[in-house]
Design a protein around this ligand. Sequence first.
Ligand SMILES: [Zn+2]
Length: 115
Amino acid sequence: MNYPKEVEPHMTEYARKSSCVKEGWFSHIVQTYNKLVKAYPDIEIDLLKEKFGVLRFYIGNYPADENLRNHVVNIISEGEYGSSKICDVCGESGTTLVIGTHLLATRCSKHSNER
Ligand SMILES: [Zn+2]
């Protein structure tokens, strides 16, 4: 499994077994994670993955308080949107593009053909 070790304290067992993202997104994930933990110290990340070229953060326990929940959802949305501008191979700026016939990935020009 592949994810930044910094996020492990707030990952569920399932997340540790199943999360899979490329290294180019690691520092972006850690930044988003730090914002999430600051806003909501009880947060449990249930999965980190890439879908349609964009990062997905799955949370196991959204807060009951509506304001806090909206705040957490906003941080996650920003984090997911932010990943669509970062190459997941190297961390440089990238765009979400089609690789080959159907694979979507967010890549810089240097990694635009890598699978
Ligand atoms: Zn790249």
